[in-house]
Design a protein around this ligand. Structure first.
Ligand code: SAM
Length: 231
């Protein structure tokens, strides 16, 4: 492999990562431009212009296409790990009038544990709730839950989900996402996570959680993985 995972992880959130995401995305945008709907290309470009996001163009595309694929299914949409709202905006464009629940501390990452590779710091990726609310103000039925997940679920109605996007970087946060959402996903519901194959803690949380479940983890050519709930 031209760059080992540990080296990629060390880019964790710094200028190099930002540069890498931009550069990689430029190549990917060419492919999206030539093969996909122009409106989706324009959306992904706009999001990269508006907000700092850690999603490459292909990763943004997969967030959009997975959310869109759930258009006709019952259940809410959710995202844990919102940061400046880049991926949330992409989900908003795919969701129509459907309910979207957004979870974040809006004070950056919680403390890491020894299951994480030590590449992140507490409070990294801080963005205020007000800034995200302003960015997404034109989209209906978006509900914000500020605080540490899963404590921040206390005001969420008991409901089922058709689509859940996780972008939380850390073992404990990813594990909490799986424990909360898995039993609430509809059959055919999609869970999509960023960073599965570049952050050890994220991968470990998925592998441990699904070790005794019937679903399989579908690795993507991006850093992401997808799990489709069976029943
Ligand atoms: C990499 S950023 C998310 C990037 C975003 N999805 C985008 O499109 O740019 C990770 C986010 O996860 C949040 N986070 C991680 N663990 C969390 C937890 N347990 N509860 C709430 N927020 C958490 C952090 O506050 C941070 O905003």
């Amino acid at each position: 492999m031209w760059m080992q995972n540990r080296q990629v992880q060390k880019l964790g959130g710094g200028r190099l990562e930002k540069f890498g995401v931009r550069l990689w995305s430029q190549l990917q945008f060419g492919a999206i431009y030539s093969r996909k709907e122009r409106a989706v290309y324009n959306l992904l470009r706009q999001v990269q212009r508006d907000r700092r996001t850690l999603l490459t163009a292909f990763e943004g595309y997969l967030v959009y296409s997975s959310a869109r694929a759930q258009e006709k299914r019952p259940g809410a949409f959710a995202e844990v790990g919102v940061f400046q709202g880049g991926s949330a905006r992409i989900i908003c464009e795919a969701k129509g009038d459907r309910r979207l629940d957004l979870f974040d501390t809006f004070e950056g990452l919680p403390a890491t544990t020894d299951k994480d590779a030590g590449v992140h710091q507490a409070n990294q990726y801080t963005c205020s709730l007000e800034s995200v609310q302003e960015y997404l103000k034109n989209y209906p039925n978006v509900h914000y839950h500020k605080g540490l997940f899963p404590d921040s679920t206390h005001d969420v109605p008991e409901q089922t989900y058709a689509f859940a996007h996780f972008d939380v970087d850390l073992y404990a946060s990813t594990r909490a996402c799986l424990e909360y959402f898995y039993p609430r996903m509809i059959p055919g519901g999609i869970m999509l996570s960023h960073d599965y194959d570049i952050l050890e803690g994220v991968k470990q949380a998925f592998q441990e959680f699904f070790a005794d479940k019937p679903e399989t983890i579908i690795e993507q050519p991006t850093t992401q993985c997808v799990v489709v709930k069976i029943g």
